[in-house]
Write a protein that binds this ligand. Structure first.
Ligand code: PLP
Length: 438
């Protein structure tokens, strides 16, 4: 392909002149230009290439430009590009059937939204209507989206300038490496975190609590793999106090952990499941709520007071059908599992053994975090300045990283190969060595 560096310049000019970006002070931005991609690789107009170990926003699970998904979108575009949500569209039913086929038994219906935030928004609404209660409990270390209730359910800093919705309370989830509970083992962390949650439920008043909303594996907050027994314990507390358990699988679902749903690995079944991102790898914006039959039955005779013009949009539905079919046919979820066990896990543990900057590595599938510290004994997080240098170093060496606080999240597409993981590991290795010398 002919390189067109002038298009990179033009893209940057137009962006700086007219595009208002998420979560940013606009004048400080210098976003990279991306023009194309295939699998785990992306490139700009000049032909510079990067290994995409961010999967963009941890959503391109099937890799860039998967031909089956692109074809499914094309075919649907030729047939009918848009249709009202009140119609019955074959492609919508096919998408919902494929999603529920991977859910536990007793989950037959899907409500489609435009993305992850409004999936959580509607799950919260369903839980409130189901219980007749108001409060939603979620963890401080969480992100649930940027709409009215979803942003206030979020625990991280993004909640604070947006605290206008009502009925939210937060608690601490488990995080063995930086325990809030002075625990010295994952088992003790789970036990103490559960005791803390029960105390929060009692203190907030169980009769007012509609839902516990949790990311099965908190993602942006640090890929905090739950310790053994924690999620089962949360399920037991939800049952004891008649609270709806919503598991947010927006980032963790559809292959990221090496399983179709992250909760499949934790012996727990929620009441509502929210999803987005990996369901179609973001080729067309979409998300949704998978409802347990019990909650779905509430709205058999009673009107569900919610809806969206684009709920079940045909192009999004076709991309879900194409994506799930290809993931099944090509063993893409199995690949994510295998690559985590055989390549990413051992590779990161090797880096950990050689680099004093690494405090901990953790994860599963294609969902890993490298937590960087300035001192292993005190676990002091590496400074923002040093993290900025590391991010720049990775990018300069041809890796598109996902850097969050003092962590590098190693989150390639589920189709990543062992060879690509090897190349990425040697880039992380080089950049950490430079940071340690500096
Ligand atoms: N929930 C989780 C766990 C997420 O990671 C995100 C986005 O990063 C969301 C919800 C919000 O999804 P969206 O940005 O599609 O609204």
């Amino acid at each position: 392909d002919t390189p067109h560096p002038e298009l990179d310049v033009r893209a940057r000019e137009l962006d700086r002149a007219h595009v208002f970006h998420s979560w940013s002070a606009q004048a400080l931005l210098d976003p990279p230009v991306l023009a194309g991609g295939l699998g785990s690789t992306v490139w700009d107009h000049a032909g510079n290439r990067w290994l995409d170990f961010s999967s963009q926003l941890v959503n391109v699970n099937i890799g860039h430009q998967h031909p089956a998904v692109v074809k499914a979108i094309h075919e649907q575009a030729d047939l009918l590009t848009t249709v009202a949500p009140s119609t019955a569209a074959l492609v919508r039913g096919e998408a919902a059937r494929r999603i529920t086929a991977h859910a536990p038994s007793g989950f037959s219906k899907v409500f489609f939204t435009n993305g992850g935030a409004d999936a959580n928004e509607n799950a919260i609404r369903m839980a409130r209507l189901h219980t007749g209660r108001d409060k939603v409990l979620s963890t401080y270390r969480s992100y649930h989206g940027n709409t009215g209730a979803a942003i206030v359910a979020t625990g991280d800093w993004r909640r604070i300038p947006n605290e206008y919705a009502y009925g939210h309370a937060h608690f601490f989830g488990p995080y063995p490496y930086r325990s809030e509970f002075w625990s010295d083992s994952p088992e003790q962390e789970a036990e103490r975190a559960l005791r803390h949650l029960e105390r929060v439920i009692q203190s907030e008043g169980p009769a007012g609590i509609a839902a516990i909303l949790l990311e099965t594996v908190p993602g942006t907050a640090g890929i905090l793999v739950p310790p053994p027994g924690y999620l089962a314990g949360v399920r037991a507390l939800a049952d004891r106090y008649d609270i709806v358990l919503i598991l947010d699988e927006v980032m963790a679902g559809f292959g990221r952990t090496g399983r179709w749903f992250a909760f499949d690995g934790y012996d727990v079944v929620p009441d509502l499941i929210t999803f987005a991102k990996g369901v179609n790898s973001g080729y067309v914006p979409v998300g949704g709520v998978i409802l347990s039959d019990d909650i779905a039955a509430d709205f058999d005779e009673t009107v569900f007071p919610g809806g969206l013009t684009y709920s079940g949009h045909p192009l999004a539905m076709a991309s879900i059908v194409g994506s799930i079919d290809a993931m099944e046919a090509e063993g893409i979820v199995e690949n994510a599992h295998r690559i985590g066990v055989d390549a990413i896990g051992p590779g990161l543990r090797d880096l950990e053994s050689r680099h004093p900057l690494i405090g901990e590595v953790r994860g599963e599938g294609v969902f890993w975090a490298i937590e960087l510290v300035s001192d292993r004994a005190s676990r002091a997080p590496l400074s923002a300045g040093a993290m900025g240098q590391i991010k720049k170093g990775l990018f300069t060496r041809g890796l598109l990283p996902f850097v969050q606080d003092n962590r590098i999240h190693v989150v390639p597409p589920c189709v990543v190969t062992a060879d690509e993981v090897g190349r990425a590991l040697s880039i992380y290795d080089d950049v950490l060595a430079v940071a340690e010398r500096g």
